[in-house]
Design a binder for this molecule. Structure first.
Ligand SMILES: Cc1cc2nc3c(=O)[nH]c(=O)nc-3n(C[C@H](O)[C@H](O)[C@H](O)COP(=O)(O)O)c2cc1C
Length: 165
């Protein structure tokens, strides 16, 4: 059993989740930025993680998922977003990641809140877009992913591995 954990992460949130997942894998394993992954065909299971950019995967992420997730390869997705997990829109965003990964055999999906960085928050605050301004005002993501979320990610990894092995 050979397992890959690959992630995209500009400000470290998705990387923290990747590391929590990686720590739970008791098999041959590798962890790396997804930009360094050419092919996942040599792994029995790949955990692939991304931040939400613009209410789903951004163009680059979508293209990457479509390229890597082929031939029914076993993939578990993990996604971070600044919105709280119970925000009603979140499931729609997660579905967009799943759709981009539809060529894989999807064996698990995890999502959690990750801190909105100061830069994007500033631009959201001064945006002409009312929804973005309102989202910036509501932001409660400071300090995320916290220990409870990392623990949820570990449990997700254990559960996925149990089902796939
Ligand atoms: C350009 C951009 C767009 C974003 N769009 C969303 C969004 O639509 N919904 C959301 O909840 N968070 C959004 N975020 C916040 C990130 O998804 C969140 O902070 C994530 O945890 C960042 O992960 P990273 O530190 O691994 O890059 C956005 C962030 C950036 C920089």
């Amino acid at each position: 059993m050979k397992v890959l954990v690959a992630y995209m992460s500009s400000t470290g949130n998705t990387k923290k989740i990747a590391e929590a997942i990686y720590g739970e894998i008791a098999a041959e394993k590798e962890i790396k930025p997804v930009s360094e992954v050419q092919d996942i065909g040599t792994y029995d299971l790949s955990f692939l993680g991304f931040p939400t950019h613009g209410y789903g995967p951004d163009k680059k992420t979508k293209a990457l998922l479509e390229r890597l997730c082929r031939d029914g390869r076993k993939v578990a997705l993990f996604v971070t977003h600044a919105a709280p997990e119970d925000e009603p829109e979140v499931p729609e965003w997660v579905v967009k990641f799943k759709q981009a990964a539809a060529g894989a055999e999807l064996v698990g999906v995890f999502d959690c809140q990750g801190q909105l960085a100061k830069g994007p928050k500033f631009f959201m605050k001064i945006s002409p877009n009312k929804k973005l301004r309102s989202d910036a005002k509501k932001d409660n993501s400071k300090g995320q992913p916290d220990e409870a979320r990392l623990e949820r990610a570990r449990a997700f990894a254990r559960d996925t591995l149990k089902r796939v092995v």
